[in-house]
Design a protein around this ligand. Structure first.
Ligand SMILES: CC(C)(COP(=O)(O)OP(=O)(O)OC[C@H]1O[C@@H](n2cnc3c(N)ncnc32)[C@H](O)[C@@H]1OP(=O)(O)O)[C@@H](O)C(=O)NCCC(=O)NCCS
Length: 361
């Protein structure tokens, strides 16, 4: 029998569903989900044997250096023969080919076989997951640096935005909590910050939050704020066609900037590079960054993230926007490594390459 790993095809779905049923009592993947992942651009499903003896499913996180081992299973009759570790090694090698640096996964605390397999393959626990599974069982999240580089900071705050328009407030809450652990990240605060900082309109839906609005909100909470802007234009106005919307956004934008100037937010316009951001981090600033999500999900939306760190190869972001369609969970969005090439392009928004960063102390 050929025991080289191969990518699954739609013809394998029935066998995969059968293997799944034999391997998991709850939280199992349906045939429909297998089809979805086999077809998906951001997932790879590898299997071993014909008939199939084992499979491993990996999900990739667009534009970043993170992948998630979503599931792995070996036919009960074929366990203990090294198939699990063979497939795990295979998917890690495939991930490295896609320039993935970190593989993350979840495992039930009572799953001794899987946990031993992962730990003997170099994974380490990064988080305890209380009542994570369908039957209430606890889990662990594990991670392996496929090419070890940096250590993830402990107790890094994370807050997932609860509306499509509150990335700015959510990123700001994480940064403020990291400065002052007594600052609590709540949904009400998320909404209050948005009401203080919103541009009112954006192209569709509710407005987002502007750099000036967020700067004023941080200032009001007792912090020193410096804004790095490529220019003093009104944020996000470019894509807005409606004259009525543009008029209101201009009124609000001019008022925000005037209040920043009056109340002591420093506005520093001009070109700011990745090296400047790295230096500002080293000087102890918390940095909120406006990024273009084009590199992440091909939507050209402006999006606020918290820039946690930069090293020689990667920038690390806490991204408040969890994409459930990509089966993301909170820790997929924590300390997300982005190669500096990608990052350099991400921090310039739109054709005018608008850049906005808030340095908060
Ligand atoms: C976990 C699973 C994939 C392991 O597959 P496998 O092919 O049996 O594992 P391998 O033979 O490659 O074993 C590799 C290592 O895992 C560990 N391991 C595997 N089975 C184990 C068991 N029953 N008890 C303790 N450790 C075990 C050992 O460290 C082993 O190395 P060793 O043989 O040198 O001691 C398999 O048990 C399985 O399909 N379980 C049900 C589905 C599941 O729980 N998936 C994981 C979800 S997070």
């Amino acid at each position: 029998m050929n025991m080289e790993p191969r990518l699954a095809t739609l013809a394998d779905v029935a066998a995969l569903a059968e293997l799944e049923q034999a391997s998991f009592s709850g939280d199992s993947l349906s045939a429909r989900r297998f089809r979805h992942f086999i077809r998906g651009e951001h997932s790879e499903l590898w299997c071993l044997g014909d008939p199939i003896q084992a499979y491993a499913l990996v999900l990739f996180h667009r534009g970043t250096s993170l992948a998630r081992l979503y599931s792995i299973a070996v036919d009960p009759a074929a366990r203990g023969r090294g198939f699990g570790s063979q497939l795990l090694h295979c998917v890690e090698q495939q991930a490295l080919r896609r320039h993935v640096l970190f593989m993350r996964l979840e495992v039930r605390q009572d799953n001794i076989a899987a946990k031993t397999l992962y730990e003997s393959s170099g994974y380490r626990i990064i988080r305890t997951l209380k009542s994570y599974y369908e039957d209430g069982a606890d889990g662990w999240r594990l991670e392996k640096h496929l090419k070890p580089t940096v250590a993830i900071p402990h107790d890094l705050p994370f807050y997932a935005q609860t509306t499509p328009f509150t990335c700015g407030p959510s990123a700001l809450m994480m940064a403020l909590h990291s400065i002052d652990p007594d600052f609590t990240m709540t949904r009400l605060e998320e909404l209050n910050l948005w009401r203080e900082a919103t541009t009112i309109y954006l192209t569709t839906g509710h407005g987002g939050t502007s750099p000036q609005g967020l700067a004023l909100a941080a200032l009001k909470r007792g912090h020193d704020v410096t804004m790095w802007l490529s220019d003093r234009s009104i944020a996000f106005l470019d894509g807005v066609r409606s004259e009525h919307k543009r008029e209101l956004m201009t009124l609000v934008g001019e008022d925000f900037q005037a209040r920043c100037d009056r109340d002591g937010v420093t506005t520093d316009t001009g070109v700011h590079t990745v090296a400047d951001l790295r230096l500002a981090l080293a000087q102890g600033n918390r940095i909120l960054l406006l990024i273009s999500t084009y590199r992440l999900n091909r939507n050209k939306a402006p999006h606020w993230v918290w820039l946690v760190a930069i090293d020689d190869d990667y920038a690390y972001l806490n991204d408040p926007d969890i994409d459930e369609e990509l089966d993301q969970v909170a820790t997929d969005n924590m300390y997300v490594p982005v190669s500096l090439d990608n990052f350099g392009a991400m921090i310039q928004y739109g054709t005018k390459r608008y850049m906005a960063a808030l340095l908060i102390r």
